[in-house]
Design a protein around this ligand. Sequence first.
Ligand SMILES: Nc1ncnc2c1ncn2[C@@H]1O[C@H](COP(=O)(O)OP(=O)(O)OP(=O)(O)O)[C@@H](O)[C@H]1O
Length: 379
Amino acid sequence: MITALTLTDFRSYASATLRVGAGPVVLHGPNGAGKTNLLEALSLFTPGRGLRGATAVEMGRREPGEAGGRAWAVALTLDGGDGDEIKLGTGVQSAGAARRIVRIDGETAPPGRLLDYLRPVWATPEQDRLFSDARAERLKFFDRLVFAADPAHAATVSAYEKALRERLRLLTDGAEGREADPLWLDALELRLAESGARAAMARASALEALQAGIDARGDRPFPQADLGLSGEAEGLAVSGADEAAIAAVIREGMVRSRGRDAAAGRSLYGPHRSDLTALHREKNRPAAEGSSGEQKALVLNLILAQIVRLKSEGGASPVLLLDEAPAHLDANRRAALFDEIVALNLQAFMTGTEAALFEDLQGRARFVRVEGGALLAEA
Ligand SMILES: Nc1ncnc2c1ncn2[C@@H]1O[C@H](COP(=O)(O)OP(=O)(O)OP(=O)(O)O)[C@@H](O)[C@H]1O
């Protein structure tokens, strides 16, 4: 359980500490007060770029007129039970450093280790058009759902992406007349086939678990989605093919696509081009055609199914980060969301401009007013 969040030169905060206990936290305050910045800080306690998809450089505090961000740090104190206190930290040591480092109890650790302590899951206003927006964002969203339950998936995807970049560099060098080393190309494609097949298997099994979670939530006032994965490798994984067979298909596809990729300067084939598809079940229409309110409700239902799944599978606690979610929900769904968060005994951090949107949570949540970089606990 998180007991404190401390920010140093992070975004609009010079220095601030948010102390919390079990249960939901409501962060309310005017536009630009720094509410989302707090959620972003919490979202950094999992591998990746956090809920804004921002770079480490953007996160450093900048005073007006300062060109670059400062060195910054975000720290979390966790109560590990039995009086155990765990300190997680992330940040950059010098202004302009591109890579944030992660520390666990003072020791530098690979970001994937964070998943042993905490599993943040978030919904932001950007996801209001998740199903109609760019495919790459949707796949990233889905991959985060996958690796929260299967930490190895984060490393698999990043190994795949690294090999993909190297292969493209080789191919485009080749297109410019320099000879691509065929042995190196083969080795990279083998790596791509292996990691791609592993990623596809992990995605297919997460899809199955999430769909089961969604189906089990039929009695909730949220719309249901029928999920699917497009992509040759995922299609094979869903239909039960084994990892070696999928790897062989990916490898062949990579070899076939060499010329096209070199000419286009992009990698046109492979599981990085797969997509999460969703059908709005009651309407029997693609989720992409839905209004932003409908898409948001589908995403929230998916996220709640994910949280229930993570809780039931054991492991580190899920933490829910909801940026301006209540504003998009009608009163009925809002009340159901709050009741569910309380019933699940979740640590949830929710933002909104008005405390009144969270009235149903009075007495059941900690309310914190955020104003100009200051945090004022109320109850
Ligand atoms: N690197 C930075 N250095 C200093 N200030 C920053 C930095 N990045 C963002 N900010 C400031 O943080 C503020 C935005 O904070 P945030 O997005 O958390 O607001 P919010 O309370 O969520 O607002 P809204 O209700 O509009 O969503 C802006 O005033 C912005 O200028």
